[in-house]
Design a protein around this ligand. Structure first.
Ligand SMILES: NC(=O)c1ccc[n+]([C@@H]2O[C@H](COP(=O)([O-])OP(=O)(O)OC[C@H]3O[C@@H](n4cnc5c(N)ncnc54)[C@H](OP(=O)(O)O)[C@@H]3O)[C@@H](O)[C@H]2O)c1
Length: 309
């Protein structure tokens, strides 16, 4: 991509999209389009078709999706399947029809079987059943990565996909219903500290292990892939290390400065026991993340305080 290439970032107001826009702007890319949902509803096929015709885009990073934590994806599987299919089909197909040079589709580590061997390699796709709470989301993401692969093979379109692990960082949704684990724990511990609430309940036993990547590192990885990855096979993007939810909660407690008690509730769902990506493909290509979990959490909480105090 050149600094004046016409680039579309979908989902530009989201966690990933906003990090990507920060990074692109800091690297002096000058010709970026990032319409909001009000300007371009990606569920509207006709509007997406007109948009692509009008703007003659060269590159697309497809970061818009119906996304959310385990609570949201388990409660609304129909919407997670349907909306993601429609959004990604509209964007990928219109990008193909309007001759976009390269497209990067964002999937998720949820595509892998719930009990996949750890760490999960790209070749573990479709080797077992999904974790039930995110089945709809996973099926949509697999349809997206397959559509990119087929366009790559059938029409030699450089449409690639990556599967990020759990993300967190500046611009996350600090929301009880929709939030991912880190945003939700920060919000609840911050509120408990402010209101002198003696306990915070954490969903699950605390034993589940997860991998987290700071979103600005993901943005860096996405630009790396746009410039240097030329294979139809999707690729994992992660930090390469995992942490138990127990240890994560303690770390967040220290950073937030919450002095109450953490109660781990094993009757609440906690998802699969472990989720760690095999990121050796990215390492071999020469990319690795820069931000430690402690550093990333501190930056995230600082951003949260700016917005919520
Ligand atoms: N966050 C994670 O932990 C994680 C992990 C792995 C993969 N991913 C993937 O990374 C991508 C970005 O995730 P994210 O965390 O940035 O999600 P997010 O914060 O929820 O942002 C999603 C963005 O998509 C936009 N969007 C949704 N429906 C739309 C529609 N109909 N028309 C136009 N825009 C629409 C949203 O617009 P509004 O701002 O108007 O709502 C929002 O800007 C997704 O594909 C997700 O599956 C995320």
């Amino acid at each position: 991509m050149n600094k004046d290439s016409r680039i579309l970032v979908t989902g530009g107001r989201g966690l990933v999209g906003s990090a990507l826009l920060r990074t692109l702007r800091s690297q002096n890319f000058t010709n970026i389009l990032a319409p909001s949902r009000e300007d371009l509803d990606l569920m509207n096929t006709g509007a997406v078709e007109r948009f692509f015709k009008e703007h003659q885009l060269e590159y697309v990073i497809a970061a818009a999706a119906r996304a959310g934590g385990i609570k949201a994806s388990g409660t609304f599987p129909a919407e997670f399947l349907y909306e993601n299919l429609v959004i990604q089909n509209n964007v990928i197909w219109q990008a193909y029809r309007s001759n976009v040079r390269k497209l990067l589709f964002l999937g998720s580590s949820c595509i892998y079987p719930g009990l996949a061997p750890q760490p999960m390699k790209e070749t573990d796709l479709l080797t077992g059943p999904f974790e039930p709470s995110n089945e709809g989301y996973s099926i949509a993401k697999i349809a997206g990565l397959k559509l990119c692969e087929y366009l790559y093979t059938q029409f030699e379109k450089e449409f690639i996909s990556c599967m990020p692990c759990n993300l967190y960082g500046i611009g996350d949704y600090f929301d009880h219903e929709r939030g991912h684990v880190i945003a939700s724990l920060i919000l609840r511990m911050h509120e408990a500290k402010k209101n002198n609430i003696p306990e915070v309940v954490v969903w699950g036993s605390g034993n589940a292990r997860r991998e987290f990547l700071y979103v600005d590192d993901l943005a860096d990885a996405l630009l790396f892939l746009m410039n240097q990855y030329h294979q139809k096979e999707f690729i994992n993007v992660g930090s390469g290390t995992d942490i138990s939810i127990h240890d994560l909660a303690i770390l967040i407690q220290q950073i937030v400065g919450y002095e109450g008690k953490l109660i781990f509730d094993p009757t609440k769902p906690e998802g699969v026991p472990r989720k760690l990506l095999d990121v050796s493909k990215m390492h071999t290509l020469g990319w690795s993340p820069r931000t430690s979990i402690e550093e990333g959490l501190k930056k995230t909480y600082a951003d949260f305080q700016l917005v919520h105090s």
